[in-house]
Write a protein that binds this ligand. Structure first.
Ligand code: HEC
Length: 168
């Protein structure tokens, strides 16, 4: 009589685990999808930090020491005016702005945005689509906060203090 040797238990377990692993690879589980979103937020956080958006869009960013202001309070705009031949402009509250913008509208805006100085239009215009989207997800992740920035003033109109004066 032919005796079929019993498979070692480790081999049986290894066979059983193959189909399960294959299924997991085909259909990404929820935690995997979440981590893709988390990566995008992380990339957006990095881009906002290195592109200097806080310099103007976070009130007292430099005065209180770079990055000392907690993240939850950043990018809420500023009441410090920027005065020059264009009048006086105020850095917008980006926390509110991004609540209203859709992702596709933001992608279009970033490509062509031409706001008055000293807004860094050129930085946004030069970004890749995927970086622009990452920035969007970071700002949405921060959520709404703060009040709207003051409206811009026309050239020649004396703004309230404080403001930064550019040579005319
Ligand atoms: C040197 C100062 C400065 C920097 C740096 C800066 N901005 Fe601005 N930003 C402004 C000012 C001032 C305005 C308002 C311009 C106007 O009223 O025309 C503005 C406007 C904007 C607007 C338009 C908001 C609206 O309501 O239409 C967006 C969006 C924006 N900035 C995003 C950014 C992002 C993102 C960065 C970083 C890449 C950045 N800004 C860097 C000063 C700055």
């Amino acid at each position: 009589m032919k005796v079929i040797p019993a498979l070692p238990i480790a081999a049986i377990l290894a066979c059983m685990s193959v189909p399960a692993a294959a299924v997991a690879a085909d259909a990404p589980s929820k935690p995997a999808a979440k981590s893709a979103q988390a990566k995008q937020i992380e990339r957006g956080r990095y881009l906002v930090a290195i592109m200097g958006c806080n310099d103007c869009h976070t009130q007292d960013f430099h005065a209180r020491g770079d990055f000392k202001i907690p993240e939850k309070d950043r990018l809420t705009g500023s009441t410090v005016g920027w005065r020059g031949p264009w009048g006086t402009t105020y850095p917008a509250n980006l926390r509110q702005y991004f609540q209203l913008a859709t992702e596709s509208a933001w992608v279009a805006v970033a490509k062509e945005v031409q706001r008055r100085p000293p807004m860094h239009n050129f930085s946004l215009n030069a970004m890749t689509g995927s970086d622009v989207r990452a920035m969007y997800h970071y700002l949405r992740h921060l959520g709404p906060a703060g009040a709207p920035a003051p409206s811009a003033l026309p050239p020649g109109k004396e703004p309230p203090k404080p403001y930064v004066q550019f040579p005319e």
